[in-house]
Design a protein around this ligand. Structure first.
Ligand code: XMP
Length: 518
């Protein structure tokens, strides 16, 4: 089965849409392997990649803009099915000899299309039916290229979908990849399975098999070091490597003094104990906290933490013996970020916690998860038998609680935040929200406010509560946590965390705010 894993794959050419990653996620969800590449990928490279189908993503440009991203005409002569989505459809039209024009009636948001043709693309949707779809375009198709037929219309788009059934080229003016197009996934699956003939062979168990084998070959008889944080990415990376090379893997957990309550102990117990991984705890709290003394600037905090981490890690790794490789839990979104030509993917903050390490230590990088999305990593974790608590763990920033303490980081303030944060996690878990939201945590603010406790006036600290919903951390919305849950969190924090007399809820979305406060 494993040989099939990458055989039935799709290529997504990125024209800079905010939804490009979403297309890839949908394709993977259907168990078909796919990769995102820039729109101008060379023809020979496309042939080498040998996809069963090509998807042209949407994008912010207009085909008539100066410097608009276009496509090599040869892509349409490869005898590979092509699906153009929104801007992708306009590019297809423009290149194949049709006409695109700027419309007065832009369509944004929900629209209704009526299906006009029994195309394979709409198989199972019913002809002559009206369907709700998500539109977001300013241009429209005025004249289709030769050989194309109208597959669907909407009020403002005479060509809401089109297709050339002989050449298997299709275009959609709407976005099938978003949840607001209820039948979108069906349409994508029709493209993948019926039109391209893909088989759903991308499964996480075959990924584990293949990866463990490949890691064994890649590492040979060398040694690998890996930084553990207790997060799902580094845990899965370490367990995969441990399966492949056993005790030639050494892991290092740096306690920077900025971890959450009980975190270091939990990681040591699970991986050092139960999994029998060669895991070394370096307690460097004093060193980190001394360096952070009096530092209030967020960027400076991050720089100091990054620098100290590299030094501590390097010293420990040397002490453990010569390693040739460094394993990192880099995920596919980080990889896309570095290949995408422009667009929103380029604007995400990159958070490489161990940035600089490989160069400093002259190590080769091993990144077994670089093809995976977060939800796939979680599936791999489950496949490897990791506890659900860990597999479903929310993301936690490398610089730890330092970026959740606004102002100077002191032991006293860390302790206050740790206690408040533990209460937040406990209550969010009890309300069955922990796995539903993207992140939920406490922040300690650098202000004090007046309160009253018993007969006494207090003048104490403020905790902010941040709970957000998100798919990938690129955008996020504040969660509509039930008032009762907010109330319990606030009560418990104010009653049990000494030094805090006020809790506030952060109701900002990203953008324009970020998820973390620093
Ligand atoms: P922001 O605050 O930029 O965060 O909206 C987006 C996501 O990234 C996490 N984050 C980090 N992760 N090292 C990390 O590993 C970091 O320095 C870092 N800063 C932010 C954040 O928790 C959120 O999930």
């Amino acid at each position: 089965m494993t040989h099939n894993l990458y055989k039935h794959k799709l290529l997504i050419l990125d024209f800079g849409s905010q939804y490009t990653q979403l297309i890839a996620r949908r394709v993977r969800e259907a168990k078909v392997y796919c990769e995102i590449h820039p729109f101008n990928m060379a023809l020979e490279e496309i042939q080498r990649f040998s996809p069963k189908g090509i998807v042209l993503s949407g994008g912010p440009a207009s085909v008539y803009d100066e410097g608009a991203p276009l496509l090599h005409k040869g892509v349409f002569d490869l005898r590979i099915p092509v699906l153009g989505i929104c801007y992708g459809m306009q590019v297809m039209t423009h290149i194949l000899g049709g006409e695109v024009s700027r419309t007065q009636d832009r369509e944004y948001g929900n629209a209704v299309i009526s299906i006009r043709n029994h195309s394979e693309l709409f198989h199972g949707l019913g002809a002559d039916e009206e369907k709700i779809v998500w539109m977001s375009h300013g241009d429209r198709i005025d004249r289709m290229p030769p050989g194309f037929q109208i597959l669907a219309k909407s009020k403002n788009s005479p060509v809401a979908a089109m297709g050339d059934p002989l050449k298997r080229h299709f275009g959609l003016q709407f976005h099938p990849e978003v949840a607001h197009t209820p039948d979108g996934f069906k349409i994508l699956k029709n493209f993948m399975f019926t039109i391209c003939g893909c088989e759903p062979s991308w499964t996480m168990s075959s990924f584990v098999h293949r990866t463990v084998e490949a890691l064994g070959r890649q590492v040979g008889d060398g040694r690998v070091v890996c930084g553990m944080s207790g997060g799902v990415d580094s845990s899965v990376t370490a367990v995969l490597l441990h399966q492949a090379i056993g005790d030639r893997l050494s892991c290092i957990l740096v306690d920077n003094g900025l971890l959450r309550k009980g975190e270091a102990e939990e990681v040591m117990d699970l991986f050092g104990g139960r999994y029998g991984i060669d895991l070394h705890l370096v307690d460097a709290s004093d060193r980190f906290l001394t360096c952070l003394e009096g530092i209030t600037d967020p960027e400076e905090k991050r720089k100091i933490i990054g620098r100290e981490f590299i030094q501590v890690f390097e010293a420990k790794a040397k002490e453990l013996g010569e390693a040739r490789y460094l394993a990192q839990g880099t995920l596919y979104p980080d990889v896309i970020e570095s290949v995408s030509f422009k667009g929103p993917s380029a604007t995400i903050k990159s958070h490489h916690n161990v940035g600089g390490l490989p160069e400093v230590m002259n190590l080769k990088l091993i990144e077994p998860l670089r093809e995976l999305f977060k939800d796939e990593v979680r599936e791999v974790g489950a496949e490897l038998g990791l506890p659900r608590d860990l597999v479903m763990r929310q993301p936690f920033p490398g610089p730890g609680l330092a970026v959740r303490i606004l102002g100077a980081v002191t032991r006293e303030r860390l302790e206050m935040l740790r206690r408040a944060d533990a209460i937040v996690t406990e209550e969010i878990r009890m309300a069955q929200l922990y796995e539903k939201v993207w992140q939920s945590f406490a922040i300690l603010l650098p202000v004090r406010s007046v309160g009253v406790m018993g007969d006494e006036r207090t003048y104490e600290h403020v905790i902010a509560l941040r709970v957000v919903d998100s798919l990938d951390a690129m955008t996020a919305d504040w969660s509509k946590v039930p008032y009762a849950v907010l109330g319990r969190i606030s009560n418990r924090i104010i009653n049990h965390v000494k030094g805090v007399n006020r809790v506030v809820y952060d109701i900002s979305s990203k953008p324009p705010s970020t998820i973390e406060w620093e």
